[in-house]
Design a protein around this ligand. Structure first.
Ligand code: ADP
Ligand code: ADP
Ligand code: MG
Length: 518
C-alpha cells in the first residue's frame, strides 16, 4: 500500500480522500492555491504545498507544479479527485513518467472515453445502446450537418465532445437554429475545454439521468455498485442525486450494470468510474458518457451498499489489489439522497454567493453525512465552483430519507453566504419529487422557487428560536462573561436563515455550539 498520497484537488473532495487515507494509515499531502491558504484541506493534511495563485489555470491545473509537489514531498501516489486534472490523460502520463502511481484509469482508457465521440464509438462496438446521433459534423460543412440533423430529427442537442459540467450543450428546436447553436457550442467548448469538436444527439425527453458506479482492478474484474438517479438538474448540472432509482427494477438494474461492466471491459478500464445513461419513459436506456474518475455523488452509492468506502477501493486497486467480490449481489439496502449545497441565492436566480462564513452549525445525527469544505471563519474564494458541501442522508426507504433530509437541511446553519438550502427544502416537499416523477428537464420547466413574503411566518419562528436561546442565557448567565456575544450571533444567524426561508430547529443547540466554539 502507498505510504504518502498527494491529493491534487481542493474543497470537500480533498477532505473526503484525506479521511480514507488517514483510516488506512497513509500520509496525505495537500496542494493549494494562494486563495486557499486557510482552507480546511490544507489544515487537515499531513503536509501542504502551495502551487500558485488563485486562478486554477495557474495552480490546480498546472501538471508540472503538481508533479513537482509530489516529488518534493516524496508522495508515491496521486489522487486527482474530480474536476481539475482528474480526466486529463497527459496528467496520468506525467505521473507515470515521474514514477508516481495515478489513482485512476490508465491514460489510454481515459483517452478512449474522454471524448464523448470516441466513447460513443467504443460503446457501439461493445454493443451498448447509444443515443442516436451524428459524430462527424463540422461548422465548415453545414450541408452534412443539416442532412444529419434531419435524419436525427428535431429537437436535438449540439454537444461538445470534450464537454463536462453541462457546458457546451445547446438545444436546437429547428433547422434554422442549427448553425448558430453549433457556433455557440463550439465556441464555448474551445474556451472551456480547448477543443471545439462538436456532435449531434437526439434530444431524449422526458428522460431520466441514470448512472452506474463501477470499480475495476488490474486483474480483469469489474464490479458494479448499482445505479444512481440524477435527474434533478439545472442547466444540465446535477443538484440532487439518489440511490437507488424509483424507475429501476432489479431486472433493469442487472441490464444497466451488465452494460456498464461491458463498457469498462471494452477499453481496459481500471479504478472507479461512472457510466452515465439516459432512460426514456419506456425504460430503454442509452449510453451518455463515462466519467473516468470518482464522482461528486459517489456517497449515495456507498450508503446503500453497506457503507462500502469507494475511495479505499480506489486506493487498493491502484496498489494492485483485486476488487473484492466482483459477483456480489446488486441489491441496494435502504435509500440515500444527496443535496448539493451550493453558494448561490435561490431567491435570486441562483446567482453565486460568496463571502465570510461567520457562523456554522453542521447537521448530524442518525443517517446524516455532511461532506463539506465549510468551517466558521472561511472566506469562500471567488475562483472555484459553487459546491460548498454535500448533505447526504440514508434511511430505510425513500419516504423516510426525504423526511430525514428535510430535518438535516433545517439543522444546517450557514451564516454569511447564501446557500441553496431553501431550494432543496421546497424540492423535498414538491409532489412530483415525492412521487419520483422527475426528469432532467423537470426542474427548469415545472419548478418555480416561491418568493419569500415579507411577513413570512418562518421569520417569527426563527426569532422565537432566538428568544428561546435568550431565555436560556438569562437562566444560566449568572456568571456573565462572553455568552451574550454567542447569543447575538445566534439571533443574527436565525434571522438571516429566516430571510432565506429556512426555519431553524433546535435553537439552543445552535446557540451552545456557537458560544462553545469561542
Ligand atoms: P459530476 O456528475 O460529478 O458533477 P461533472 O461532469 O458535472 O460531473 O463534473 C464534476 C466537477 O468537475 C464539477 O464540480 C464540475 O464543475 C467540474 N468540472 C467538470 N468539467 C470541468 C472542466 N473541464 N474544468 C474544470 N472543472 C470541471
Ligand atoms: P456532461 O459531460 O456535461 O455531464 P452529459 O453528456 O453527461 O454531459 O450530459 C449532461 C446532461 O445533459 C445529462 O444528464 C442530461 O440531463 C442532458 N443531456 C445530455 N445529452 C442528452 C440527450 N441526448 N437528450 C436529453 N438530454 C441530454
Ligand atoms: Mg455527464
Amino acid at each position: 500500500m502507498f505510504k504518502r498520497v498527494l491529493i491534487a484537488n481542493r474543497g470537500e473532495i480533498a477532505l473526503r480522500v484525506q479521511r480514507t487515507c488517514r483510516e488506512m494509515g497513509i500520509e496525505t499531502v495537500a496542494v493549494y492555491s494562494e486563495a486557499d491558504r486557510n482552507a480546511l484541506h490544507v489544515r487537515n493534511a499531513d503536509r501542504a504545498v502551495c502551487i500558485g495563485p488563485g486562478p486554477s489555470g495557474e495552480s490546480y491545473l498546472v501538471i508540472e507544479k503538481i508533479i513537482q509537489a509530489a516529488r518534493d514531498t516524496g508522495a508515491d501516489a496521486i489522487h486527482p479527485g474530480y474536476g481539475f486534472l482528474s480526466e486529463n490523460p497527459e496528467f496520468v502520463e506525467a505521473c507515470v513518467a515521474a514514477g508516481i502511481t495515478f489513482i485512476g484509469p490508465p491514460a489510454e482508457a481515459m483517452r478512449a472515453l474522454g471524448g464523448k465521440i470516441s466513447g460513443r464509438r467504443l460503446m457501439e462496438e461493445a454493443g451498448v445502446p447509444i443515443v442516436p446521433g451524428a459524430n462527424d459534423i463540422a461548422l465548415d460543412d453545414m450541408e452534412t450537418a443539416h442532412r444529419e440533423a434531419e435524419r436525427i430529427g428535431f429537437p436535438l442537442l449540439v454537444k461538445a465532445s470534450s464537454g463536462g459540467g453541462g457546458r457546451g450543450i445547446r438545444l436546437v428546436q429547428s433547422a434554422d437554429e442549427l448553425e448558430n447553436s453549433m457556433r455557440a457550442s463550439a465556441a464555448e467548448a474551445a474556451t472551456s475545454f480547448k477543443d471545439a469538436t462538436i456532435f449531434l444527439e437526439k434530444y431524449v425527453s422526458p428522460a431520466r439521468h441514470i448512472e452506474v458506479q463501477i470499480i475495476a482492478d488490474a486483474h480483469g474484474n469489474v464490479r458494479a455498485f448499482g445505479e444512481r438517479e440524477c435527474s434533478v438538474q439545472r442547466r444540465n448540472q446535477k443538484l440532487v442525486e439518489e440511490a437507488p432509482s424509483v424507475a429501476v427494477t432489479p431486472e433493469v438494474r442487472q441490464r444497466l450494470c451488465d452494460a456498464a461492466i461491458a463498457a469498462a471491459k471494452s477499453c481496459g478500464y481500471r479504478n472507479a468510474g461512472t457510466v452515465e445513461f439516459l432512460m426514456d419513459q419506456d425504460g430503454n436506456f442509452y449510453f451518455l458518457e463515462v466519467n473516468a474518475r470518482l464522482q461528486v455523488e459517489h456517497p449515495v452509492s456507498e450508503l446503500v451498499y453497506g457503507g462500502v468506502d469507494l475511495v479505499a477501493m480506489q486506493l487498493r486497486v491502484a496498489a494492485g489489489e483485486p476488487v473484492p467480490d466482483p459477483d456480489a449481489p446488486l441489491d441496494p439496502v435502504g435509500w440515500a439522497i444527496e443535496c448539493r449545497i451550493n453558494g448561490e441565492d435561490p431567491f435570486n436566480n441562483f446567482i453565486p454567493s460568496l463571502g465570510l462564513v461567520d457562523f456554522l452549525r453542521a447537521p448530524a445525527g442518525p443517517g446524516v453525512r455532511f461532506d463539506t469544505m465549510l468551517f466558521e471563519g472561511l472566506d469562500i474564494p471567488v475562483f472555484y465552483d459553487s459546491l460548498l458541501g454535500k448533505l447526504i442522508v440514508w434511511a430505510e426507504d425513500r419516504e423516510r430519507a426525504i423526511e430525514r433530509m428535510k430535518r438535516a437541511l433545517k439543522d444546517l446553519i450557514v451564516s454569511g453566504p447564501m446557500t441553496n438550502q431553501a431550494f432543496h427544502l421546497e424540492l423535498m416537499d414538491h409532489p412530483d419529487f415525492r412521487s419520483g416523477d422527475i426528469y432532467t428537464s423537470w426542474l427548469e420547466s415545472n419548478f418555480t422557487m416561491p418568493a419569500l413574503p415579507e411577513d413570512d411566518p418562518r421569520l417569527e419562528v426563527a426569532l422565537t428560536a432566538g428568544g428561546l436561546a435568550a431565555g436560556l442565557v438569562q437562566g444560566v448567565s449568572a456568571d456573565g462573561g462572553a455568552r451574550p456575544a454567542g447569543l447575538t450571533r445566534w439571533v443574527k444567524s436565525a434571522r438571516s436563515m429566516a430571510r432565506r426561508g429556512i426555519r431553524i430547529e433546535g435553537g439552543t443547540a445552535g446557540w451552545r455550539r456557537g458560544s462553545a466554539s469561542r
